[in-house]
Design a protein around this ligand. Sequence first.
Ligand code: 2B7
Length: 638
Amino acid sequence: MAKKDYGAESISILEGLEAVRKRPGMYIGSVGTRGLNHLIYEIVDNAVDEHLAGYCSEISVTLNEDGSVTVSDNGRGIPVSKHPTAGVSAVEVVFTILHAGGKFGDETYKISGGLHGVGSAVVNALSKTLSVTVKREGKVYMQSYEKGKPLSPLKETGTCAKKDTGTTVTFLPDDEIFEKTVFKAEMVRSRLHETVYLNPSLKINFEDKRPESALKECFYEPDGLSAYVRELNKGKETVCDIVRFSETTDDIEVEIAFQFVDVFEENILGFCNTIFTQEGGTHITGFKTKFTTIINQYARELGVLKEKDANFTGFDVRNGMTAIVAVKHPDPRFEGQTKTKLDNPDASTVVANITGTGVTHFFDKNPDQLKAVIECANKSAKIRKAEEKARTNMLTKSKFSFDSNGKLANCESKKPSECEIFIVEGDSAGGSAKTARNRTTQAILPIRGKILNVEKASIDKVLGNAEIQSMILAFGCGFLEGYGNDFDISKLKYDKIVIMTDADVDGAHIDTLLLTFFYRFMPDLINQGHVYIATPPLYRAKPKKGDGVYLYDDRALEKYRKEHEGESFEVQRYKGLGEMDPEQLWETTLNPETRILKQVEIEDAILASQVTEMLMGSDVPPRREFIYEHADEAVIDA
Ligand code: 2B7
């Protein structure tokens, strides 16, 4: 009987792992770089949970030379005893059974983020190889897996000092599952840094051992959220001190830090159980609403708002604000496109109450700082009113000017699902592309030179820019802006928006600016996977006899040279899209059968916007260095 049960259990385990391999996206979001990095976060999050439980003070993350990752913690070590119903070690349960989290449930992990303990099994299922080492009660145990299946039961392999405890996991992502298997150190780094800001007593060591990007760093931020706000506001002129408060009500722990700076935007980040809530949610709403109410009350008390005046809007009040709202919730619910929007109504109430106390406590004691913050809101309200006017004018005018300027070569089909729009740099490349395209489904929008830098420009300038107007009007779905949401993705006229620029430094810069624009004004285009970057070839190699081939980067050329050593062939280098005749352009870059398109992920856009911000600085030398260092990255890892 017992035997039969175990058999049934092991079959369902294999089915579980198979389900993860069949639909990896359901568990980790995507099989691109974002999903790949997510594997690391899943494992790290388990170690962070052990920290939150009070048993782990240090975590190490190492990107190994062979493409694998090692994560280790100095927690208690995953239990090794036989699991009562599964008949195998608890370690094996954690790494092979989905929803193992529940079985370990009870009071061990009151607060947990991520996949609630199924993360380890998911990572295991998506790894070519994974091995886990546990140190517990003076003994060392080990087990290895391939594609999620144990090679043998957990084995005791040696002894160690009794106080020496913890878990170490090394895994190699499966290249049959992932489109790319090269971890992006920059993204991993920033996520680990974020983790220690939210866990001020945790140390995380990060090492990249890959020779081309070797790096070693230790993250430790004992000042927590205050240090995070300070970092986010680095280099900006401050309007008030960093305000920080925290409190626990009804098992919901809330910590908030904010500061105003002289910048025309708001930057409010939310976290639940140390996980970033990209889409916001109830904790953010509770904070924003309460903050707006309080500032309006103060503004009336101080006579800045007169009886006849309308209240400041939330946007007015929060302009210039950098804030972090971190909650720990015993039973978080997430909703939204990417399941990163906190949905618990009690989080809103509790955050609002704590915000009320914390904010009034600070401003009652610091009237000068209160006045400075209200002055910010007042200034914002004035600018808002002026811009509302400018915007109505712009939109009525541009409806006419757009139709008559005729740069967009639209496609014939009106079915968004089959339509694509190519944003092409330069008139000559634009001309070739117009000739080369498939007129039924492919639209071409040439843009000239460098579009306006949206990070720096004020909104009326952005909206007044001809290239930006053409894009907004061509896409058909409006845009997001500070004072209301006019963006409606259901109106999008093209399933794919493809950025097509030269494979050189200027092209890379234009890519960066376009991504920044999308990120800031139409982020859902990226979130929902509509934005792509075309990859035109750099070379064409043609042997004396036989067919020529297109080569998309220097490595490909190198490889071609090696493979054709001693033969005679010609190499043509394409300096820009404009050099290709329409037929070549079709074959290499437009034809869905043969082209290479890279889907843009939100991290790419976030990085682009950070780069843009950096490039806008006055430091010219580092700027140039950065462009050259990174310009070819986008092309090579296609
Ligand atoms: C819900 C599952 C995943 N787990 C434990 C205990 C400690 C522990 C873990 C971990 C990642 C890479 C190094 C509890 C929890 C399983 O049950 S997972 N440490 N670290 C980890 O995964 N690190 C635990 C109660 C008593 N003793 C140990």
